[in-house]
Ligand binder design. Structure first.
Ligand SMILES: Nc1ncnc2c1ncn2[C@@H]1O[C@H](COP(=O)(O)OP(=O)(O)OP(=O)(O)O)[C@@H](O)[C@H]1O
Ligand SMILES: [Mg+2]
Length: 259
């Protein structure tokens, strides 16, 4: 790989204290397990995963996959045993926020007892569907929020990674604030999280600088992971960005070196 990572997870809290439509049921009910969800099509091979900048189990990406597993472990320690919603946002655009969100979701899906759902909440520059090679033919998040009658099932796509599903952003928008602060968005996340106890949700938000969306999205999340482009932001800028979030939700800061 021409790019490599230097992910360092700084904990800010006291640790003591080829895709298709998914095949699982999404009718309202709670507390089921979906780790044995049906997968349609073949799982992507390690070389295909690397092309998509995704971790896998082979040695060639061991350093990266260990870094993401470590973040997974810390989040699980903080959560006290319940499934949760994690917002991943970068301080400045193009710093690797989506890269970290995607790989963190993949690290959870590595665990055969867990499933993860990545939701692309970057409405202006959505990219997870492209990165994961998903064709969002039935729309995504915004399409559901505007027309909930379509049902959640239609906007959850397989990714070629067992137990990892994607909700793409859908029809792109300049501003997500009105959607993210809506009752419908909160109800959707509640229903996605509560429906399956082994499902972990990851919100991929736009950068903190230049948009209020990251802060608005943090109200919907249990944890926030902030991504700093290595050498891009000054310590003062990082502190200012982090100050947007409730300290009890701030799970850590990842320093990502993408080039
Ligand atoms: N550690 C890394 N290793 C390899 N590639 C990386 C790494 N971090 C980021 N990249 C690549 O750099 C590019 C920008 O990353 P990404 O889209 O994740 O940034 P972002 O902060 O989400 O940007 P945006 O502001 O558009 O949301 C992508 O092509 C991504 O695959
Ligand atoms: Mg992004």
């Amino acid at each position: 790989m021409s790019k490599h990572d230097e992910n360092v997870f700084t904990n800010r809290r006291d640790l003591k204290a080829d895709a298709g439509v998914r095949q699982i049921d999404e009718t309202p009910s709670t507390g089921h397990s979906i780790a044995l969800m049906t997968e349609v099509g073949r799982a992507l091979a390690p070389a295909q995963l690397e092309q998509r900048r995704l971790i896998h189990r082979e040695d060639s990406v061991r350093r990266q996959s260990d870094a993401f597993r470590e973040i997974r472990t810390r989040l699980l320690e903080l959560s006290g045993g319940q499934n949760f919603i994690t917002l991943v946002v970068s301080v400045s655009p193009d710093s690797g926020g989506s890269f970290v969100a995607r790989n963190l979701a993949a690290a959870f899906a590595f665990d055969e007892a867990k499933t993860s759902l990545l939701i692309d909440c970057n409405l202006r520059y959505p990219n997870q569907h492209k990165a994961l090679g998903v064709e969002p033919e039935k729309g995504g998040l915004i399409d559901y929020l505007e027309h909930p009658i379509r049902g959640l099932k239609s906007i959850i796509y397989q990714t070629g990674i067992p137990r990892l599903r994607l909700v793409p952003a859908g029809t792109s928008r300049e501003n997500g604030g009105e959607f993210f602060s809506s009752f419908r968005m909160r109800a959707m996340l509640d229903s996605l999280r509560c429906r399956y106890t082994d499902r972990y949700l990851f919100l991929d938000g736009p950068a903190i600088k230049g948009s209020p969306d990251a802060r608005i999205l943090s109200d919907l999340a249990d944890f926030v992971v902030v991504v700093v482009g290595y050498g891009r932001d000054t310590p003062a800028a990082v502190n200012q960005a982090v100050a947007n979030f409730d300290t009890s939700k701030l799970a850590g800061v990842v320093f990502n070196q993408s080039a």
